[in-house]
Design a protein around this ligand. Sequence first.
Ligand code: ADP
Ligand code: MG
Length: 487
Amino acid sequence: MVLNTLRNLRAGRQARTSLAHLPADRPRPADGELLLETVGLTKSYAGADGELPVLSGIDLRVRAGEVVALLGKSGSGKSTLLRCLAGLLPVSSGTVAYRGTPLTGANPGTAMVFQTFALLPWLTVQQNVELGLEAKGVPAAERADAAVQAIDLIGLDGFESAYPKELSGGMRQRVGFARALVVEPDVLMMDEPFSALDVLTAENLRGELMELWESGRFPTRAIVLVTHNIEEAVLMADRIVVLGARPYGTIREVFEVGLDRPRDRDSAAFDELIDRVYRTMTGRQKEGRVPGRHEPVELEKRTPGNTPLPSASVDGLSGLAEMVLHRGGRCDLADLADDLGLAVDDLLPQVDALDLLGFTSLSGDDLLLTPVGTEFASADVQGSKKIFAAAVRRAPLVGLITNSLRSNAEGTLRAGFFRDLLAHHFTAEQVTRQLDTATDWGRYAELYSYDAEPEEYHLDENGDIGEPDDPDDPDEIRPPTAASAPR
Ligand code: ADP
Ligand code: MG
């Protein structure tokens, strides 16, 4: 069926370039025409401590004929930016314009495909696809006709009367695509559209989508793709906009891809670009930033506020360290990920953790164990616990918890205390994730223990014997003053 669709396309079957329901008053934008533009876009959400900035100073343009990927780690503000572009969220300051007109509500030139498909379970495939047109007041007969075309285009013919629950994940997402494409938006917006699918299904759907796009029969003029997957971005995009999350979402760098389509994953140029993007995403390179806005955060003093703990368990980061040791203490991350059947970004939290602890460094594209990292990876459990206990104080949140417990007479503090402190810098979800990591790390290092029932941290044996605070050490984390501690 899918093959049929593609065969039909290749055979040059007459596809309608425009549907009757579309207003004929404005010609389809020509290649290069500016479709979306943000100027100085900032966005904050209301947090426990007032406004929580998520995006800052975003200047972005999307032109007809291009695929733009918004790439960043989880929490870097990709979905927020996409929703602002679609006019589904108001910006806090700056502007978003569609074909030169600033948005005042939903963007009339965009349609969205969601990670979770967002289908209505009580409607058939056909009815789900017609939804977008119904909202635009298109008469029933035209709706039906247009939906059939979109369903056919995306390889769903035969499934018109099926309900979502009868479909596999891949087929459900095809419905998501058909529902967006049926309105023939100038810009198709996709928020991690393949990440809820298994690897093969995702790969297949990606390939078909790009084939449609390259065939020139795609009923949209541009694509904005949100992804955290570097390879997906390099495979699909003409331009990759990397968002950085520290201290909040800014454009860290923009890559013009410039590789021929269809893309050859085995080419040296493909690999080389993945490596460059990877280095930018992990923030390890100081050069090559977009001029002006981006300060090298690496040089800042590390605090719990500017150095969020990566979501990596001790087991996970130890596992990675051991694998690097097994490969002689040095390995190419992309190769390692490949061997494990993972995408390179699946390893990023563990790499970030090892880096933060001083166990690894990055040299070119290789991850290298440092001397202490080598010791950590080769020691027995008790030995690696000791090394970890010394290293983990470099993690600002772990240091904060340890020092706070030490400066408290009972050596006990409620988790809510740290939650409140972190709420000044992070959302509730990020705070929870970071406290989970800090609990895991601190427990393993026997710095402190944690009781889930009263949600309390208690000082443990290793926590008590730390070195006295060095007032000149810029990395040292000060315990909060007694006055700010909870009763
Ligand atoms: P990404 O898509 O890159 O993972 P998001 O745009 O979803 O990032 O989120 C960016 C940050 O904004 C995250 O820290 C997230 O917790 C926060 N955030 C997202 N939506 C909301 C909301 N409705 N209210 C408060 N905070 C939010
Ligand atoms: Mg998201």
